[in-house]
Design a protein. Structure first.
Length: 248
């Protein structure tokens, strides 16, 4: 089973983290969410305390890992929130395991990539396999945060976590990301959905997340002004307020 942590009480809410991070990245938003929900945080395969997956793990495989954990840990369907890599897995979970998803909250993620971009996305993983995590650190931080936040304690913690990552887990994740294509399946998602984007996201333009909402019947789209890719770290209050407003 995936390494996980439970906080709070109430209906279940699952949090799926970005690539390279772990369940501790949600520390800033869990107190407000756990006041109303049983919050289940997972370490995705190859991250934190969860074991490394096989070299050809796909997004469907990651979603299957999450599904198995949900069936063992929470009663009934859960609201599933994922950011970036976690949002891609959340979409895949809702498509392949709809009975487990009571509500869907994909954040800062697309539903597909142009064919010409897929090799460059996979290269982000291969670069770490060749040169270690230090080889990808600066470019990753620039995509994730606004310049004025780079010296914040939360950004420093992200640097530490990334540098401690196993490059193999990072590379496996990026190869899976490079094959993302959920657009064709999102029309069948019936769970209430809220897609959240940051207006200052340098990694995933808000319109890419908006397109997810366009594929899902009656989905909501929320854009957080000035928020970057790691919106839950740089703007935790605005992020948690958007989530709670949707889930109420």
């Amino acid at each position: 089973m995936l390494h996980h942590r439970l906080d709070g009480s109430g209906p279940p809410l699952v949090l799926l983290h970005p690539i390279g991070l772990d369940l501790t990245c949600w520390d800033g938003v869990v107190p407000s969410l756990a006041a109303r929900f049983t919050v289940l945080r997972l370490d995705l395969p190859g991250h934190g305390g969860s074991p490394l997956p096989g070299p050809d793990h796909t997004l469907a495989d990651y979603a299957q890992d999450v599904a198995e954990c949900l069936r063992d840990v929470v009663p009934g369907p859960a609201a599933v929130l994922g950011l970036s890599f976690g949002g891609m897995i959340a979409q895949t979970l809702a498509i392949h395991h709809p009975g487990l998803v009571a509500a869907l909250i994909p954040c800062g993620c697309p539903s597909e990539f142009p064919a010409a971009a897929r090799a460059a996305i996979a290269e982000r993983g291969a670069a770490a396999e060749r040169g270690g995590m230090a080889a990808v650190l600066d470019a990753t931080m620039e995509r994730w945060f606004t310049p004025g936040f780079m010296n914040a304690p939360e950004a420093a913690r992200v640097r530490q976590v990334l540098l401690a990552d196993d490059p193999r887990g990072w590379a496996i994740g990026w190869r899976a990301i490079s094959r993302l294509d959920t657009s064709g399946g999102l029309g069948a998602v019936t769970a209430p959905t809220c897609c959240i984007a940051g207006s200052a996201d340098a990694a995933v333009p808000p319109d890419a997340t908006r397109r997810i909402a366009g594929h899902i019947p009656q989905a909501r789209f929320v854009e957080l002004p000035g928020a970057p890719h790691m919106m839950h770290l740089e703007q935790p209050r605005a992020f948690s307020d958007a989530v709670l407003d949707f889930l109420k």
